[in-house]
Design a protein around this ligand. Structure first.
Ligand SMILES: [Zn+2]
Ligand SMILES: [Zn+2]
Ligand SMILES: [Zn+2]
Length: 78
């Protein structure tokens, strides 16, 4: 079994520890699916479940600000 064969959201476990329930993407089978794959690509940072420094979904550090929230400057004048 390679990484691409397992559900990235639950890491192939079948349950999401954070919310203590069955993984809705693989229905508890731990197998990869297109829904899980697209979620992994477009999910919102879930660091609030941890220490707000790391996203438990992808294991990357907090990505709250990227890429879906461009920082908009209201005024160029300080
Ligand atoms: Zn899963
Ligand atoms: Zn993430
Ligand atoms: Zn975050």
């Amino acid at each position: 079994m390679t990484d691409s064969d397992i559900c990235g959201v639950c890491k192939g476990v079948g349950t999401i520890e954070l919310i203590d329930s069955q993984c809705p993407f693989c229905n508890g089978t731990g197998e990869n699916s297109t829904a899980a794959e697209s979620y992994m690509k477009s999910h919102i940072c879930q660091c609030i479940f941890l220490d707000r420094k790391m996203c438990p979904i992808c294991g990357e550090k907090c990505h709250h600000d990227t890429p879906h929230r461009p920082k908009i400057r209201i005024s160029p004048i300080n």
